[in-house]
Design a binder for this molecule. Sequence first.
Ligand SMILES: [Zn+2]
Length: 131
Amino acid sequence: MDFAGSCHCGSVRWKGTLPATAVLKCHYNNCRKLQGGDYSSWVVVPRSQFQIAEGLEHISSYNANDVSSKSFCSFCGSASFLVNGKHFPGHFVLPLGAIDDYTQALAPQIQVYTPDKAPWVTLHDDEPVVS
Ligand SMILES: [Zn+2]
């Protein structure tokens, strides 16, 4: 296990292994609505590198479209993982904010959907923009 995470109330716990396929900041309008922040940060790992450790029965899911969904804790509403079949088929997309302990391997590497970014958000030179 290289990282672990949970929802706010602790009912859902998960764990995963690195390396991540990507660690990214997303400025996409859709992600803003799904996550509730002016941008959101995500760890993308192959499905084989992620598992729910506790609370599978407490996870609810919302289908954002035909290929993407958000799964979240039924009690506290915190995101558990996303599936993004358009950009990352075969992967889980995990909210960086839900991870218990940060290591440098979890630092965001790229920024995506920057044309949608909020006007007050400054792009970081050390996180290349990928479109
Ligand atoms: Zn919870």
